[in-house]
Write a protein that binds this ligand. Structure first.
Ligand code: OGA
Ligand code: MN
Length: 256
């Protein structure tokens, strides 16, 4: 099983209103750029402040090129897939990587320091997702069986829009503009109580601004679930913000 495929999805359509995010967050969001965040309301923006954030220019000059130099030979060998087994992703190729060159190690060290809480470091394998210009990631919540409280992604090549939609109230949404070289972080409620997706080219707008989608690469770091001992179904104590059962309306079973 590819860990990267351990997803399940809820389809949601966001509402219409929009408000620019304001104010600095705390913790990993402290250096986030509020201009890269739009929310359906000030309440949603406040609720997710510091929990869903983007940091522009996280990569230093030359680092993107180094990462691409390392990844292209690995990714280029694989064909893009347009029929993901569970429909979560369309038009993609991916790998998981644990051994990195020097530039990548420096980047990943900074991701670990910037995004992950003390004692909850990223897993050693980094998920590399290569989206075709016509590819997109449909709304889903990463599996709580394989992924802990924090998801952090470095974006390369094309800009894109990540949309988060509340699992309980589909009219509540937040959008992140992911520019190449930026770092996004989803934590706590943003990771557990909202679906996330990467918009397809035709829908790729940030407010009134068109964000044309080309090929996009992401290095995605996740930490381990807090308690890896089996929990009885419906026991919410091991999860921040709820359980699979609470958060998931009737839906196909997710990949184990
Ligand atoms: C995923 C995912 C987002 C991204 O693969 O689970 O949500 O940044 N990817 O590509
Ligand atoms: Mn995901």
């Amino acid at each position: 099983m590819h860990r990267a495929g351990g997803l399940w999805r809820r389809r949601r359509r966001p509402g219409n209103g929009a408000a620019l995010g304001t104010g600095p967050g705390t913790g990993p969001g402290a250096e986030a750029d509020p201009g890269l965040v739009r929310a359906s309301s000030p309440e949603v923006e406040r609720r997710l402040r510091g929990l869903a954030s983007v940091r522009r220019d996280f990569l230093k000059p030359g680092e993107a090129a180094e990462l691409l130099r390392e990844l292209e030979p690995v990714l280029g060998r694989r064909p893009y897939q347009f029929d993901h087994w569970d429909g979560a992703i369309c038009g993609y190729r991916e790998t998981e990587r644990g051994r990195w060159g020097g530039a990548a190690r420096a980047v990943l060290g900074r991701v670990a320091a910037a995004a992950f809480p003390p004692g909850r470091p990223p897993l050693p394998l980094v998920h590399v997702l290569d989206l075709h210009p016509r590819g997109h990631v449909r709304p889903h919540v990463d599996s709580v069986k394989f992924c802990g409280c924090t998801i952090a992604g470095v974006s390369l090549l094309s800009p894109s829009v990540m949309r988060l939609v509340s699992c309980r109230a589909p009219g509540q949404w937040l959008e992140l503009l992911l520019e190449p070289g930026s770092l996004y972080v989803l934590r706590g409620a943003a990771r557990y109580d909202f679906t996330h997706e990467i918009l397809r080219d035709e829908e790729s707008f940030f407010g009134g601004c068109r964000v044309p989608r080309g090929r996009r690469l992401a290095l995605i770091c996740r930490n381990a679930p807090h308690d890896t001992t089996p929990e009885p179904v419906g026991d919410s104590s091991a999860f921040i913000g709820g359980t699979e059962t609470e958060l998931s309306p009737p839906q196909p079973p997710n990949k184990q």
